[in-house]
Design a protein. Structure first.
Length: 376
């Protein structure tokens, strides 16, 4: 019922029209879910709630958008679709600084694409087939997310109820998937990488987290922790690293060949506050408050972030994780520190550590030690 209340309040008070449209549908799904849990299994109810609060609002908003509504998608969706269109027509998903400067002032923010080049893949259906509900980038976000989540749950033979709830039922994820969604496939691929690592399938885990890294840099801390989990032996860690770090590097090649400065402008300068416009990710978390209110605040916030990273790296060295659950706990701690201390951040990113904490909670007693022989 708390989720239903959140959705209802969102429908009535949100200043973002796609969020209000989500809330108007989702509160009904959450309320029905609260009633159905009395007569149906929890797992079935979670999936029904996911369909009612994520997939149904996504479908409604994408159909309305294809019919001409311009207020049925967050800006991230447009940015990703523009990336796909640019990739098709120019060979790079990024505009140069000069090209962004030539845009009308109100359009410059949408000219930036602060993602890794792989994110443009989700914009290719619209670039190739035009405006339709099924070419909406969110539909393809949802398809990848569902595949990764179902496969992850198949691998995690023990109960994964809290993980399922975190990804499929919490408003932090369902709202994001229905209205914007670019973080959800990144998160789902990272969860899949952890699940694969729990079965000692480190090459496949490297592919999964490598694909996530080709979409967003949020996957990099996950890859680093999994690299520690994979070692020893060195050969296994090396095989993991080839895919975990090689796939994002290969994805960079076309953008760097066609226009390297455009990549730097979008993926480096803009997120660090050096672009022509300011990033809208300005949630009042500690890093942003320090950066905006203290002399040399940005430097202080970045120093604190580096200190937190050094502490976590030391703990990784002294208490090396031997299970995917322990790795998930380190990932959650690292991402929480990054989200809290980065000068440019937003509350929505907390869906990452929340999901990894749910993974840790579910698997903390059932996970196998990856360096121990399995019982046949």
């Amino acid at each position: 019922m708390l989720c239903a209340a959140f959705a209802a309040v969102t429908a009535l008070t949100s200043t973002l029209l796609p969020h209000r449209a989500w809330g108007a549908i989702a509160w009904i799904g959450y309320t029905a879910g609260a009633a159905l849990v009395l007569v149906l299994s929890r797992r079935l109810v979670v999936w029904l709630v996911f369909a009612a609060t994520a997939l149904l609002p996504l479908l409604v908003e994408s159909i309305q958008r294809a019919s001409g509504r311009t207020d049925r998608a967050q800006e991230e969706v447009l940015v990703v679709e523009h990336m796909g269109d640019r990739l098709v027509h120019t060979g790079t998903p990024y505009l140069s600084r000069a090209a962004i400067a030539d845009l009308p002032a109100d359009d410059r923010l949408l000219g930036y694409a602060p993602y890794q080049p792989g994110m443009s893949v989700f914009g290719l259906p619209r670039a190739a087939f035009g405006s339709s509900w099924w070419t909406d980038a969110r539909v393809w976000f949802a398809i990848v997310t569902l595949f990764c989540l179902v496969y992850s749950l198949k691998l995690l033979l023990a109960d994964a109820h809290r993980l399922t709830q975190a990804v499929a039922a919490l408003p932090l994820c369902t709202l994001t998937l229905a209205t914007g969604g670019d973080d959800i496939p990144v998160l789902a691929l990272c969860v899949l990488a952890l699940a694969l690592a729990s079965r000692d399938r480190f090459i496949a885990a490297g592919v999964a987290v490598g694909l996530a890294g080709a979409l967003k840099l949020f996957a990099l801390p996950v890859a680093l922790v999994l690299l520690v989990l994979a070692w020893p032996p060195l050969s296994r860690a090396a095989r993991f690293a080839v895919f975990a770090f090689g796939i994002p590097l290969v994805a960079l090649v076309p953008a760097l060949v066609v226009h390297p400065d455009a990549f730097m402008e979008n993926a480096i300068r803009f997120p660090t506050g050096q672009g022509l416009v300011t990033s809208p990710a300005q949630s009042p978390l500690p890093g942003h408050l320090i950066a905006s209110s203290l002399p040399a605040g940005r430097t202080i916030a970045l120093a604190l972030l580096l200190l937190a990273g050094a502490v976590i790296a030391y703990l990784l060295y002294r208490h090396r994780p031997t299970t995917s659950a322990a790795a998930a706990a380190f990932i959650a701690a690292g991402l929480t520190a990054a989200i809290m201390l980065t000068p440019t951040t937003r509350f929505g990113y907390l869906l990452y550590p929340a999901t990894f904490l749910a993974y840790w909670w579910d698997q903390r007693r059932s996970d196998s030690h990856v360096n121990e022989p399995r019982q046949v």
